[in-house]
Design a protein around this ligand. Sequence first.
Ligand SMILES: *[C@@H]1O[C@H](CO)[C@@H](O)[C@H](O)[C@H]1NC(C)=O
Ligand SMILES: [Ca+2]
Ligand SMILES: [Ca+2]
Length: 150
Amino acid sequence: MPLSSALFLPLVLFVSVVTFEFSLADPEVSSAQPDNNVRGNSGYITSRNYPENYPNDEDYEVTVTLDQAGPQTVELTLDDFDVERCTLCDCDNVLINGDGSNRLCGVKNGQKISVDVAGDTFTVTLHTDDDVEKRGFNISYNVEQGESVC
Ligand SMILES: *[C@@H]1O[C@H](CO)[C@@H](O)[C@H](O)[C@H]1NC(C)=O
Ligand SMILES: [Ca+2]
Ligand SMILES: [Ca+2]
């Protein structure tokens, strides 16, 4: 029937254009990827895409869940750490437990940081601005001391 095919053809064109746009958009949704979560009393915390460069314009939060609640001390070692450096770490920066008094940036291989953890989780957040992507980090951690409660 001429009328129904006249309606059908534009519909097919419309659907294929929409499908094409979705497949084009797909690889660009990096900020929609889930954040990385880590479990256990020791392990590694890495930035997105490590050892490839991290992306611009995001807050990437890794939540580490330990085997028990605290209070306890966790030792972090910055085994590999390369984050864009600006004065006061205002460009890209890493916060442990959201603690703005201890912003990390620059190249800091081998540095150790002790973190007091009250509960059973802590977070490592990488904030990035709109340019200069670096490799990011591979941080090892282990629970150093737990307070045994009798
Ligand atoms: C982080 O470093 C450890 C120790 O060198 C290594 O085994 C691990 O594969 C690294 N993680 C990534 C994602 O490269
Ligand atoms: Ca920048
Ligand atoms: Ca940057």
